[in-house]
Design a protein around this ligand. Structure first.
Ligand code: GLA
Length: 376
């Protein structure tokens, strides 16, 4: 499978952890469809860890836990497909999954075939309990091959957290996305840390295999499996904007059955999604800025239609000024050109008049612009 833009969807882990079952998955599929998120591009509904029994069956196959999934996984897949979504599941390159369920090590081909039989379209593949003597690249190559030979188009989502220099070998395994950071938690510190961890990895992001900054925490407000202190809506907006502009897959992690209006508006912002899904999939560039500094991020990304997406992110807890010069974008005064900037959250539009853009941002806030090259 060749995925041309960052995958979008929902994953059970952030909110539900091991508390997953057929009813939850079906209600989530209903909510994804009814809320309009499917139409906005959220395509995959993924069940994470803790779905199976602790033992394989007599033929060495994984078995869905009959208490959680009494009608089996095929029935769940059919239901999810009926709602216009694709269906995702989870396994691990080790002997056990991270939560201690059977992993796919030395069962790669039979497991890929089982997933295909159930109608699975996406496999998240974790890295816990992996062999200490076989390098990760061989384990991911193996599952990549198993998936490409299982008779069904299954998106391969690698989850080795950037360990063992994943960026150097992951593309060759057939993965369409790869976790380039550690696990997310529902705190502002976590968002900040993941954004920074990502910085040196931008050159590896691109069409066909996307850097995955982990599932979104937007709308969790501290509730659920990775919900700790939680964040506020300003912070969620900044988190979502960063993930989108930096080209990460957008996998929702909150309970979509009970989203409030603000959460729906953040996850459904079509301009932000459009930037994330831009067909050119170019790398974001971090600008130095004029008053740059720790935790004041300015990113620019050249879109396929000649526009730029520019994000200003104030990760500090105080109001701050962020400023940059158009020279950094290649648009020096001598070009006779400037930018017309349109802010996609607030709607403000203005033309840059003196080659510099200076904005004051509230604590934790961001501004994201679509900028068009125009005459001075
Ligand atoms: C690891 C992954 C998480 C999640 C859990 C499940 O920590 O990084 O995203 O899948 O395992 O146990």
């Amino acid at each position: 499978m060749v995925k041309l833009t960052p995958p979008m969807g929902w994953n059970s882990w952030n909110t539900f952890g091991e508390n997953i079952n057929e009813k939850l998955i079906m209600e989530t599929a209903d909510a994804m469809a009814a809320s309009g998120l499917v139409e906005k591009g959220y395509e995959y509904l993924v069940i994470d860890d803790c779905w199976s029994l602790k033992e394989r069956d007599g033929e060495g196959r994984l078995v869905a836990d009959p208490e959680k999934f009494p009608n089996g996984m095929k029935a769940v897949a059919d239901y999810v497909h009926g709602k216009g979504l694709k269906f995702g599941m989870y396994s691990c390159a080790g002997t056990l999954t991270c939560a201690g369920y059977p992993g796919s090590f030395e069962h790669e081909f039979v497991d890929a075939e089982t997933f295909a039989r159930w109608g699975v379209d996406f496999l998240k593949y974790d890295y816990c309990y992996h062999s200490p003597i076989i390098h990760g690249k061989y384990l991911y190559r193996r599952m990549g091959l198993a998936l490409e030979n299982c008779g069904r188009d299954i998106l391969f989502s690698a989850c080795s957290w950037g360990a063992d220099e994943t960026h150097e070998w992951i593309k060759e395994t057939g993965a369409s996305m790869w976790r380039s950071t550690g696990d997310i938690f529902d705190t502002w510190e976590s968002v900040k840390n993941l954004a920074k961890q990502q910085e040196k990895l931008h050159p590896y992001n691109g069409v066909g295999c996307f850097n995955d900054m982990d599932m979104l925490i937007v709308g969790m407000y501290g509730k659920g499996n990775v919900g700790l202190s939680g964040c506020n809506d300003v912070q969620y907006k900044t988190h979502f904007s960063l993930w989108a502009l930096l080209g990460s897959p957008l996998m929702i992690g909150c309970d979509v059955r009970s989203m409030n209006e603000e959460t729906k508006a953040i996850l459904g912002n079509e301009e932000i999604i459009r930037i994330n899904q831009d067909a050119a999939c170019r790398q974001p560039v971090r600008l130095s800025g004029i008053w740059g500094g720790e935790d004041l991020l300015i990113y620019s990304r050249q879109l396929g239609n000649g526009e730029l997406a520019i994000g200003l992110f104030n990760l500090r807890e105080s109001a701050e000024n962020l400023k940059f010069n158009l020279d950094e974008l290649g648009l020096g005064y001598s070009t006779g050109k400037t930018l017309e900037m349109h802010e996609v959250w607030g709607g403000e539009t203005f033309k840059v008049v003196n080659s510099t853009v200076a904005r004051r941002l509230e604590p934790f806030a961001c501004e994201v612009f679509r900028a068009r090259v125009v005459d001075l």
